[in-house]
Unconditional design. Sequence first.
Length: 225
Amino acid sequence: MKFIVLVLCVSSFVFGMSLSDMDSHRANIDEGLMSIKIVSIKKNKKTKKTYDVFRKNSNTSLVVFTHENEKGTVVLKENNNLYIKTQYARNPIRITPMQRLFGDASIGDVLELTFSKNYKIQSSNNGVYVLKAINNKSSYNKIIVYVKNNKLIKSELFSFSGKKLKTLFYKYNKKTKLIDSYTIKTPRSQTLVEIVSYKNMKLSRRIFKLQNIKNAYYATKKYRK
């Protein structure tokens, strides 16, 4: 019995936190609606925008722009494909996860909420985990995650060219004990991304079809009441 306990302790020390463990620390939904507020802070000036993120599954989601000046604009994710339909454009266009959403937050920062789907642990040492992208479809080539006392502290995000792009600082909700906001810092500015609310609900597959993207903003109104 002592030997078994010792093995379990050693295994826990060696393997530490898995990517699924890291994902479980974040506020998330299986299928439903997540309302997000993004505040950009640049030269002591704050600007705010809001978004509704509809998620069908890990491969399918829809971002609805709800700021007054952007109503009607949506971003659709189908597997590894991303499309944006602006309020004024007739047809959607393809974009990448690195497309800027607002401030220093990209589309990928909002839609790709999980590590386990897109990355693998390359190395870990004393609470510092180096994650490597599984393929070039991910937003970032490398992510360094810092963990202390079983909590995610920050992540450093790197491009495929090796350049450090930004640092994310995580904040846990005192009631839910989950991460529901994070601050993105770059040398020029910082951006706060906050999950205002989230709830699981059944969503029609119709709103996630590319051929229906022109009507997606109005088709999702019934879920946003």
